[in-house]
Ligand binder design. Sequence first.
Ligand SMILES: Nc1nc2ncc(COP(=O)(O)OP(=O)(O)O)nc2c(=O)[nH]1
Length: 277
Amino acid sequence: MQVLRCGRFRLELDRPHIMAIVNVTPDSFSGDGLGRDLDTAVRRAQAAVDAGADLLDVGGESTRPGSEPVSEQEELDRVIPLVERLADWAVPVSVDTFKPAVMRESLRAGASLINDINAFRAPGAVDAVRDSEAALCVMHMQGEPRGMQSDPRYDDVVAEVIEFLDDRVRALADEGVARDRILLDPGFGFGKTLEHNLALFRALDRIVAQDYPLLVGVSRKSMIGAITGRPVGERVHGSVAAALLAVGRGARIVRVHDVAATRDALKVWQAVTGIPT
Ligand SMILES: Nc1nc2ncc(COP(=O)(O)OP(=O)(O)O)nc2c(=O)[nH]1
């Protein structure tokens, strides 16, 4: 059984887990950003937990392609008050950030997981998380959100993503980060064309073979839109299908906007496969 150390929690990953997206942003690509309205964000988080979310991922800066950077203080002002409100809930709170100062303050406020699309490469990022008990999600991205989709290129996207993740995990291990805190994520849509995303999806089992829990985030993304022809607000069916396919290939955490739909789909998948709910 894979157990992920996640702050004061121990996640037993023999069954798939749902990470609910709680974006306190004005400009998230999916249009679900809650801006700075704290009470609305708390209600959204509660609804996600009621619908079956196992974790909450709080994001204060949109990382959609072409997004404009947000200042450290603005991100702190958006994220920390919400983390403080959620910190004693019965589910782990994750914070989606690549800024070391936001990582540090989030941990101080009670976050149990740091979700870094930049794989803890920023100067000071490893220092910010090394001595905590928090889980760390290490994600692959080619380039930066502002320009990553302009012309992503790989010789072998699967091999290069695996090599990148291996390198980052080794860097964290060299700094003393225990392996039971680490999650991997191929970073769908982060410097990838549709073909790159599909190649990675088909090879998820090879990433799983790296023997770290795998997190997958494809919810409502452009790859779902490209395949289904649906606009961002009508991608729940495609997103749920992708989540099931990812779980069937070994992903153990799916990062989603539509918790209830994903939860029902996973219940059916678990009933058929005999994996405990
Ligand atoms: N680990 C991980 N983190 C992520 N954070 C943001 C987004 C982008 O999605 P979203 O948060 O819905 O949009 P935005 O960044 O525009 O708020 N995708 C991932 C992902 O695939 N994996």
